[in-house]
Design a protein around this ligand. Structure first.
Ligand SMILES: *Cc1c(COP(=O)(O)O)cnc(C)c1O
Length: 390
């Protein structure tokens, strides 16, 4: 008999009933150190007082308003994002997938309005852009697309890091290039700054729009508010979600005035996108994560964690191959099967997340304490020792 919940997830038999900071409490009372943060969602940990207050204050006033009317917290959050980024305008969604849908629509509408036949969007192997029809067509992997055809047409998939293929693929039919500045699901694979600059150059030369998917790597995760800032360039369109809501479903598409010019009244919409509850929390997240002091702390903590992880790898050479990633978006490349490391972690009360390319992801809360960083590497070391051949 099919389970009451559609069995699309491989669930671990753990049931968390409460959380505080970087810790989650299991129904049986065990306390787990959470280095996954809901896959880069709970960027300020669990039950952060400022986020709880923002949500409950808003809940006592008004939960939902149609986008037929002005929504002050939505306007305020849009203003903050425009002030803090390259963007001139913002559309709010409830998830990263919905942000992908609009990013694709916006790029195609741009060329339609220009009167040019350019609908092709270039994407890269190992990418992840959500599970909608556009999202899976964009990523293109067999794992995500098999059985779900006919797929949304118009995506050209290139090998991650193949510069020659990229130069050959971009043409006067290219509407946009879509890329994660740091691949998350793909195994914590950062795109080098030089390559992001190169993509910007190619787009400037050909007119193609540059779309960054910062759903996982954005909102302070790499130590800048958005990951592409390290490269000193900016996209035309950017997808945001996960961390921006700190655990409440919230996403956004940010765009320049130029890239957004086709999106006039009536061309797109969402019932819940930009609702008062989500935007109240989003404002609270931005007020904290958007400050220079907070981001400086993320960078300091990232340095500390990385240094300890390098030690972990050196001490467990038959389990780990190396550390990679950026800021508090780190990956442990494994020599054993990555899922065995994640499972051994459960035995030591530490939560990590597997990714492709045999990597274990560490995406802790951005406000993780120094003590919890030390506890994290101790627990990972104990987990690794249970797998070591010696
Ligand atoms: C998680 C993720 C998405 C999809 O976001 P959802 O909120 O699950 O729809 C898209 N792109 C990237 C890079 C992601 O990590």
């Amino acid at each position: 008999m099919i389970p009451a919940v559609l069995p699309t997830y491989n669930r671990v038999p753990l049931t968390f009933v409460s959380g505080e900071g970087s810790w989650l409490v299991e129904a049986d009372g065990r306390r787990f150190l959470d280095l996954g943060a809901g896959i880069a969602v709970n960027c300020l940990g669990h039950a952060h007082p400022a986020l709880t207050k923002a949500l409950t204050d808003q809940a006592g006033q008004v939960w939902h308003l149609s986008n037929l009317y002005n929504i002050p917290s939505q306007q305020a959050l849009a203003d903050k994002l425009v002030d803090a980024t390259f963007a001139d305008t913002v559309f709010f969604t409830n998830s990263g997938t919905e942000a992908c849908e609009l990013a694709v629509k916006m790029a195609r509408k741009y060329w339609y309005e220009k009167g040019e036949d350019r609908s092709e969007i270039i994407t890269f192997s190992g990418s992840f852009h959500g599970r909608s029809s556009a999202g899976i067509a964009a990523a293109g992997s067999e794992k995500m697309t098999k059985g779900f055809g006919p797929l949304l047409p118009g995506f050209t998939h290139l090998e991650f890091g193949d510069h020659d293929a990229l130069k050959a693929a971009v043409s006067d039919k290219t509407a946009a290039i879509l890329i994660e500045p740091v691949q998350g699901e793909g195994g914590i694979r950062p795109v080098p700054d030089q390559c992001l600059k190169g993509l910007r150059d190619i787009c400037d030369q050909t007119g193609a729009l540059l779309i960054f998917d910062e759903v996982q790597c954005g909102v302070g995760r790499t130590g800048k508010l958005f990951a592409h800032e390290w490269a000193g360039i900016s996209p035309d369109i950017m997808m945001v979600a996960k961390g921006i809501g700190g655990g409440f479903p919230l996403g956004a598409v940010l765009a320049t005035e130029n890239a957004a010019f086709g999106m006039t009244a009536g061309t797109h919409g969402s019932t819940y996108g930009g609702n008062p509850l989500g935007c109240a929390v989003g404002n609270a997240v931005m007020d904290i994560v958007g400050s220079d002091e907070f981001l400086a702390e993320v960078n300091r903590k990232a340095g500390l964690l990385r240094q300890k992880l390098e030690g972990l790898v050196a001490d467990n050479p038959d389990v780990f191959e190396g550390v990679r990633g950026s800021g508090l978006m780190l990956g442990l490349k494994c020599k054993v099967t990555n899922m065995d490391v994640v499972t051994a972690g459960y035995g030591q009360n530490v939560l990590t997340v597997p990714a492709a390319d045999n990597v274990v992801r560490l995406l802790p809360a951005l406000n993780i304490t120094d003590e919890d960083i030390a506890a994290a590497t101790d627990k990972l070391d104990s987990a690794a020792k249970t797998l070591s051949f010696e």
